[in-house]
Design a protein around this ligand. Structure first.
Ligand code: NAD
Ligand code: LMR
Length: 326
């Protein structure tokens, strides 16, 4: 049996975490041979509810759960942490864009970044889920100057999964047959879900659908799916968000499937002309616990325009939080 790893989950008494924690403890994120210690962070008023969640985790008798920490102090939560899922933040309500949360949530992520810098393992893998996820990841990263910026990522896997299902349903194919889906840019309504590189059973997907459907239905449906769920459910997505977080971390830690890639919000190195330092979603291949942006993809004028639009929004978000970026 491997040594246990320390996994931080923030917002641990919230609705996403209620789906997430149990799956991590069951081994779905890091594998059935990897014991975990859950280090759960909440704000003080939610600690009582978090104790209840911990009682339920106890009652599952998960063989891989080797310990739990419950705290309202980020300095305790991040101690020696190997993985961190930053979920704790306010969700949006009907009629809001995710960036409307910037003011409410941004400050949380500078605190998290500082605590990571001070206390976490130097190899920590960080996934930011709390919205606006890309810019919150940027804030955390910039507040952790001693950690490699490549270790801060933002979640666009939910968008990736949404895009897979829309394409599978449209073409009557199975999710298992689709590879090389891409989400470019921000986890927001400017994101660009791109099927131009996607394959269905090894054949190009784009010719199998009408351009009108692709441009006027598929793209807006994926871009607006979060809002559609808030409208239908009266609360933002939770189980599907937790599932995407599991998939993101699992691929990063254990590798993407052969012949496929994952969409991940990662530190831009200038690939595809995207401004260096933004946390931008690219197609990434993961291997040996590391990710690489897939290089050399041909970019059409249509794609280029869409990729630029979402980059512009991310640059605007970055500029709006300049006071939190040391
Ligand atoms: P929730 O309100 O149910 O839970 C959030 C929890 O965070 C609460 O329990 C709250 O007490 C806690 N919290 C607030 N400030 C904190 C802090 N400083 N430290 C630790 N904990 C803190 O919300 P939720 O539905 O679980 O959503 C959480 C976030 O995830 C929201 O911002 C939401 O918009 C976002 N989200 C992102 C994606 C994505 O794809 N990236 C998908 C779904 C939701
Ligand atoms: C989602 O995509 O479901 C989440 O980011 C929640 C939201 O605000 O849309």
């Amino acid at each position: 049996m491997k040594q246990p790893v320390r996994v931080v989950v923030t917002g641990a008494a919230g609705q996403i975490s209620y789906s997430l924690l149990f799956r991590i403890a069951a081994g779905e994120m890091l594998g059935s041979d990897q014991p975990v210690i859950l280090q759960m962070l909440e704000i003080t008023p939610a600690l009582e509810a978090l104790k209840g969640v911990a009682m339920e985790l106890d009652d599952c008798a998960f063989p891989l759960l080797h310990g739990m920490v419950i705290t309202d102090d980020p300095n305790v939560a991040y101690k020696d942490a190997d993985f961190a899922l930053l979920v704790g933040a306010r969700p949006r309500g009907p009629g809001m864009e995710r960036k409307d949360l910037l003011e409410a949530n941004a400050a949380i992520f500078s605190v998290q970044g500082k605590a990571i810098n001070e206390h976490a393992s130097r190899d920590i893998k960080v996934l930011v889920v709390g919205n606006p996820a890309n810019t919150n990841a940027l804030i955390a990263q910039r507040n952790a100057p001693d950690i490699n910026p490549r270790q801060f990522t933002a979640m666009t896997r939910l968008d990736h999964n949404r895009a897979l299902t829309q394409l599978a349903q449209k073409t009557g194919s199975s999710i298992n047959d689709i590879t090389k889906m891409t989400i470019w840019g921000n986890h927001s309504s400017t994101q660009y879900p791109d099927i131009s590189k996607a394959l269905i059973s090894g054949e190009a997907a784009e010719p199998k659908v009408e351009q009108d459907w692709y441009r006027n239905e598929f793209i807006p449906v994926v871009q607006q799916r979060g809002a559609a769920i808030i409208k239908a459910r009266g609360a933002s997505s939770a189980a599907s968000a937790a599932n995407a977080a599991i998939f993101h971390m699992r691929d990063w830690a254990l590798g993407t499937a052969e012949g496929d890639w994952a969409s991940m919000g990662v530190y831009s190195d200038g690939s595809y002309g995207i401004a260096e330092g933004l946390i931008y979603s690219f197609p990434c291949v993961c291997k040996n616990g590391d990710w690489e942006i897939v290089q050399g993809l041909e970019i059409s004028d249509f794609s280029s325009e869409k990729m630029k639009a979402t980059e512009t929004e991310l640059a605007e978000e970055r500029d709006a939080v300049a006071h939190l970026l040391p």
